[in-house]
Design a protein around this ligand. Structure first.
Ligand code: HEM
Length: 190
């Protein structure tokens, strides 16, 4: 069972390898920047939802081991979100600060994405044993913000699609199920 964590680590790197291969082989043509943005955004959100699914999974099945992978999965979500942001900043907006500020102030979906990224940044910085000790009970409260980050991530996606909301709707559904599983268990059991 000790090989599971390194295997999951490698699995989390697969989307990156897939995107890098697509870039190299030309499979991301005709718009590689858009393809990279979509790929990294999707995986930031997916991994965040997987991270949030670990506690309900433990409560429902009693399987404790995935709790050991939660921090790593959350950090991988942050990793893809940072890549996503960097691709937007450097390749899409080409570091033209006027364009960056205009997008941030005029496009609600960019604002919401930025808020989600800031939350993920705070959670990543405080995801170590030292912060857990320092923050005590507040650490758990702070890290519940992961739910808000996921909701903002879903909203970000919803807002940017013009017509076909099927995919963001699936993410919203997963998020709603995770919230639904969490709330009653807390009220009745905990
Ligand atoms: C400052 C932060 C962010 C910026 C500037 C940003 C920007 C963008 C842009 C420009 C797109 C593509 C829009 C289009 O094709 O029309 C996009 C898509 C997306 N972003 Fe973000 N984003 C940010 C943060 C995030 C975060 C934190 C998440 C996840 C937690 C996320 C998840 C997504 C998803 C799921 C998509 C859609 C991917 C697809 O179409 O398959 N974004 N984002």
């Amino acid at each position: 069972m000790r090989f599971l964590k390194p295997s999951i680590f490698l699995l989390c790197l697969l989307p990156l390898a897939h995107l890098a291969w697509g870039l190299y082989s030309g499979a991301l043509q005709p718009n590689p920047v858009e393809a990279l943005l979509h790929g990294t955004g999707d995986w930031a959100l997916r991994l965040l939802l997987v991270t949030l699914a670990i506690t309900p999974l433990r409560r429902l099945t009693g399987w404790r081991r995935p709790v050991l992978w939660r921090r790593m999965l959350g950090l991988f979500s942050f990793f893809y979100a940072v890549l996503h942001f960097t691709i937007w900043l450097v390749l899409d907006r080409e570091l033209v600060w006027g364009l960056v500020l205009e997008d941030l102030s005029k496009r609600p979906y960019i604002m919401v994405g930025f808020a989600a990224l800031l939350i993920l940044l705070v959670l990543a910085i405080t995801s170590n044993a030292f912060s857990m000790r320092r923050l005590g009970a507040n650490w758990k409260r702070l890290h519940r913000l992961a739910y808000l980050a996921a909701l903002l991530g879903v909203l970000h996606y919803w807002w940017l699609v013009k017509a076909d909301v099927r995919e963001p709707l699936i993410y919203l559904g997963v998020f709603a199920v995770l919230m639904g599983l969490r709330l009653p268990v807390k009220r009745w059991v905990g």
